[in-house]
Design a protein around this ligand. Structure first.
Ligand SMILES: NC(=O)c1ccc[n+]([C@@H]2O[C@H](COP(=O)([O-])OP(=O)(O)OC[C@H]3O[C@@H](n4cnc5c(N)ncnc54)[C@H](O)[C@@H]3O)[C@@H](O)[C@H]2O)c1
Length: 330
């Protein structure tokens, strides 16, 4: 596979494909988009150029971004024309295997033999999508998040026979866009959506059990643990709180919710071996040691986030929408 990605084709130029195309164009790559019909593709191109101008005017894109998008983004009138020259083809059509399958087949038929093929699928196992390809070793998940121009993380998902060289090429490309890639193994939903959907599911459980309304749950999430998440993931948060504390809390959870919320072995093993987090013995991801600089960073981060939120004001959510019927709240 190619090791230097300079030309990218994005197939499906909707929300995600369009944003991904902007990201690559702003990083200086030559980008071709194609959608289901030529007229649609052109409309997407106009939208993406206009949007880039607006974002630049609003100070959300760097100066010069709109020019880069205009100069580097082109349309093709057919899928074969779009992908013929590309080093990387990113598929971003609808999240349906019966739509993605034929599109991936057509991509492979028209692509250069050394081109890398990525899919932006949110949840579909990459190994299953790979069954549509003859040379699946050049295929991987390259999962951007919405809105792609602003969300910095990208999941890279190799399936069982993805060539390591393809992953390395895409990793280098992601770094060039200024985004941060994380490697994730091929299980449905990967990391982002498994965690996000479990959070939503448990939040819905809480509403159904009458513990809190959807509105109040949203308040708790964004003003408490969600407030930490731009800076620290769940492992770092646990390390900072203390793994022994987490173990004790899991005991309560197990008592009330059973095995589903029992302390995981990985946590128990760490605590049993004296790893209580940052304060003693180190934790999942943070070693033990002087906490002063970490605490100073944490305090600055939260205080600045508070300033930003006050500056922005509350999100314009509108009036409460679908309050659960009061019968579900006891
Ligand atoms: N929306 C999100 O928040 C989000 C986030 C991450 C990943 N994704 C994933 O990205 C993919 C695209 O999602 P989206 O939200 O951009 O959807 P979307 O509906 O906005 O865009 C899909 C585009 O694909 C086009 N398309 C359909 N069939 C096509 C074909 N045969 N050839 C070329 N183009 C075709 C459609 O016309 C449309 O413009 C999905 O796999 C989705 O799961 C979505």
């Amino acid at each position: 596979v190619t090791d230097q990605i300079e030309r990218v084709a994005v197939v499906g130029a909707g929300y995600m494909g369009g944003g991904i195309a902007q990201v690559f164009a702003m990083a200086g790559l030559d980008v071709v988009i194609v959608d289901a019909q030529p007229s649609l593709t052109r409309r997407h191109l106009d939208r993406l150029c206009r949007e880039a101008e607006d974002f630049e005017t609003q100070g959300l894109f760097d100066p010069g971004s709109a020019d880069l998008v205009r100069a580097n983004l082109r349309v093709a009138d057919s899928l074969p024309e779009a992908v013929a020259e590309a080093d990387l083809i990113e598929e971003a059509v609808l999240e349906q295997p019966e739509v993605k399958g034929p599109v991936l087949k057509s991509i492979e038929e028209a692509a250069r033999p050394d081109a890398i093929i990525g899919s932006n699928t949110s949840t579909l196992p990459i190994g299953e999508l790979a069954a549509n390809l003859t040379h699946a070793e050049r295929f991987l998940g390259v999962h951007f998040s919405n809105p792609a121009p602003f969300i910095p993380g990208v999941e890279l998902i190799a399936h069982a026979s993805t060539d390591e060289a393809a992953v390395l090429s895409v990793e280098a490309l992601v770094a060039r866009t200024g985004k941060l890639a994380a490697r994730v193994n091929d299980k449905a939903g990967f990391v982002l959506n498994r965690l996000q959907y479990i959070l939503l599911k448990e939040a819905i459980n809480l509403v159904e059990e009458g513990v809190a309304t959807a509105e109040d749950i949203d308040i708790v999430v964004r003003t408490t643990f969600g407030y930490r998440l731009p800076f620290f993931g769940p492992f770092a948060i646990a390390d900072m709180a203390g793994l022994d504390v987490y173990q004790a809390c899991f005991r309560t959870f197990e008592e009330h919710y059973g095995e589903r919320l029992a302390a995981p072995d990985m946590l128990t093993d760490l605590v049993d071996h004296g790893h209580h987090g940052v304060k003693q013995g180190g934790g999942f991801v943070i070693p033990a040691g002087d906490q002063a600089s970490l605490i100073a960073y944490r305090n600055t981060a939260y205080a600045k986030l508070g300033q930003l939120l006050r500056e922005l004001g509350p999100a314009p959510l509108g009036p409460p929408a679908h309050r659960p019927p009061s019968s579900t709240l006891h």
